[in-house]
Design a protein around this ligand. Structure first.
Ligand SMILES: NC(=O)c1ccc[n+]([C@@H]2O[C@H](COP(=O)([O-])OP(=O)(O)OC[C@H]3O[C@@H](n4cnc5c(N)ncnc54)[C@H](OP(=O)(O)O)[C@@H]3O)[C@@H](O)[C@H]2O)c1
Length: 278
């Protein structure tokens, strides 16, 4: 006879009074998420290093009061302090945390400075771990909450000249996939977001040296559309959200056969996206 297993369903619908902390809120995707959250009535914790940008964002967001949380996500103590401050100042709770802060350094692996390898690892991967780790305890104690990890389409299928960046994003994916199951029954859930090319400042420092396969600017999707897709995925408690949809399709193709994904990529992005034929 089939056994029916009842689990605690966790749904966080962002509404008036929802307490949400976003890392990397000073620009791009994090900023768009903070705006969408505030528009829906959330009280938002804005974490990043650029305090001036966070303060002007806090001043222009509706509702609030919103909290500026200066922090380098690569520094565990910084993240723990930021989350603790947010929880203390919002009455002892947090319903949503978005581990979004990230950096990118593209280029051939053999030419990538080891310091940049370390920095991407510390910010993208460990920064995610410290953020989620700090926010989980108050959520689990309350029996309710939702974690969002902003990974990348590069975690579904990584690209040449972005080997280390892709590896940090794949680490986020593996972490999130396991943790979502681990949290079963706690009332806390988790969604991993897989953005494609989004129009932000992520690559501003390396525009002149981006790989040929990168389309970027003209064809990049607006961050506010991605933010809507992420909040919709949270409300539906989806394990993953890929945006735009082609990112998810590429992930499916790669899952079936990396060689099939090579062919798709060569058609979509030219030979530099998958130069090796075997
Ligand atoms: N744009 C894309 O095409 C794309 C595609 C896939 C995935 N993503 C991912 O989306 C996330 C957000 O990137 P974005 O595109 O919005 O880029 P962005 O406009 O450059 O924003 C990056 C954010 O991360 C923050 N940040 C960077 N290093 C930090 C650190 N050490 N501590 C705290 N905050 C830090 C930045 O703030 P401060 O500099 O003020 O600290 C900024 O707010 C990243 O994880 C990125 O990998 C982006």
């Amino acid at each position: 006879m089939p056994m029916i297993v009842l689990t605690t369903l966790a749904r966080v619908e962002v509404t008036t009074g929802t307490r949400a902390l976003v890392t990397g809120a000073s620009s791009g995707i994090g900023r768009a998420l903070a705006q969408k959250l505030a528009q829906r009535g959330a009280r938002v914790g804005l974490a990043a290093r650029s305090v001036d940008q966070l303060e002007s964002l806090a001043a222009e967001l509706p509702g609030g009061p919103h909290l500026v949380l200066p922090c380098d996500v690569a520094v565990r103590a910084d993240v723990e302090t930021a989350v603790a401050r947010f929880v203390a100042q919002t009455g002892g709770g947090i319903e949503l945390v978005v581990a979004n802060a990230g950096i990118a350094h593209y280029g051939p692996f053999r030419e990538l400075a080891p310091e940049l390898v370390e920095r991407m690892t510390q910010v993208n991967w460990l920064g995610t771990v410290w953020t989620v780790r700090a926010a989980l305890e108050p959520m689990v104690a309350a029996g309710r909450g939702h974690v969002v990890i902003v990974s990348s389409g590069a975690a579904q299928r990584s690209f040449p000249d972005a080997a280390v960046y892709g590896a940090t994003k794949a680490a986020q994916r593996a972490f999130g996939e396991a943790l979502r199951h681990e949290l079963d029954g706690t009332g806390v859930s988790l969604t991993v977001a897989y953005p494609g090319e989004i129009a932000t400042s992520l690559h501003d420092h390396e525009k002149a040296t981006m790989p040929v396969w990168y389309h970027g600017d003209a064809r990049a999707s607006p961050p506010d559309e991605l933010a809507d897709a992420i909040l919709d995925a949270v409300a539906r408690d989806r394990r993953a959200v890929a945006y735009p949809r082609v990112v998810g399709l590429l992930g499916v193709a790669h899952g079936i056969s990396p060689r099939l994904a090579d062919t798709v990529l060569r058609r979509l992005r030219g030979p530099s996206a998958a130069p090796r034929r075997d």
